[in-house]
Design a binder for this molecule. Structure first.
Ligand code: 6GU
Length: 223
């Protein structure tokens, strides 16, 4: 079982995310174990201070080194991967999600404010990961995204094994349109070919729609 420890100042942000849907089932079925920890548990002063003003000046507050380093040193295991979620990290990709899904133990550190003391990164972080080129108020949602993205690669977490390979980005094409019943709704009909039972024609039609959609929305994927 993959074990994931999440360190955050906002642990309750993850309650719903981890309880619901496919992720919740993966955790309930024991294929994935996620423990969420409040970083303030590793503060030692009576105000439970987690951040301080940056040396050298500038706006905002910086996460202090002691709590995060103490937490990671306590939670880490030999060979575990210690990841800091940050917009200046390497972009999350399907390949990275898949690689992380094959680890035994991950520690995810969610940063806050304008950043974290560099000595945290220098001493207890193995890898820095971003979920995209936009800035979140803190890394907790990014940790949730990373967990969801990698959970899909754990055998048995997705219902049908084959749904993995059929989806976007494994094929580098965006998805084809899907339809279900009723065959006609408010005057809109399901494309005839999908009702034909001709699987070769259906595959052809779906592939053409994928190329069309990818060209229009993500031409960069076609190179
Ligand atoms: Cl990992 N953290 C934050 N705070 N913002 C982000 C991000 C991470 N990835 C993209 N934006």
């Amino acid at each position: 079982m993959l074990r994931i420890d999440v360190l955050t100042l906002f642990p309750r942000m993850l309650d719903g995310v981890l309880a619901e849907s496919i992720l919740g089932k993966g955790i309930a079925s024991g294929k994935l174990g996620v423990a969420v920890h409040d970083l303030r548990a590793w503060t030692t002063d009576k105000h439970r201070t987690a951040d301080d003003r940056p040396f050298g000046g500038g706006a905002g507050m910086v996460m202090k080194p002691e709590p995060a380093i103490a937490a990671i040193e306590q939670l880490q295991s030999p060979g575990c991967r210690r990841i800091y979620l940050t917009p200046d990290g390497v972009p999350l990709s399907p390949a990275l999600a898949e690689e992380l899904s094959r680890q035994q133990h991950l520690i995810l550190l969610s940063g806050h404010y304008e950043g974290i003391d560099q000595r945290i990164r220098d001493t207890v972080i193995d890898q820095e990961v971003s979920i995209g080129d936009y800035v979140l108020t803190n890394g907790t949602l990014a940790a949730a995204v990373l967990i969801d993205a990698l959970a899909r690669f754990i055998p048995g977490v997705l219902g049908e094994e084959k749904s993995l390979t059929h989806e976007s980005f494994t094929s580098k094409l965006l998805d084809f349109p899907q339809y279900t019943r009723p065959a006609e709704y408010r005057g809109m009909s399901v494309p005839e070919v999908l009702l034909s039972g001709n699987h070769a024609e259906i595959e052809k039609w779906r592939h053409a729609r994928q190329v069309e959609k990818t060209r229009s929305v993500r031409p960069d994927l076609l190179k």
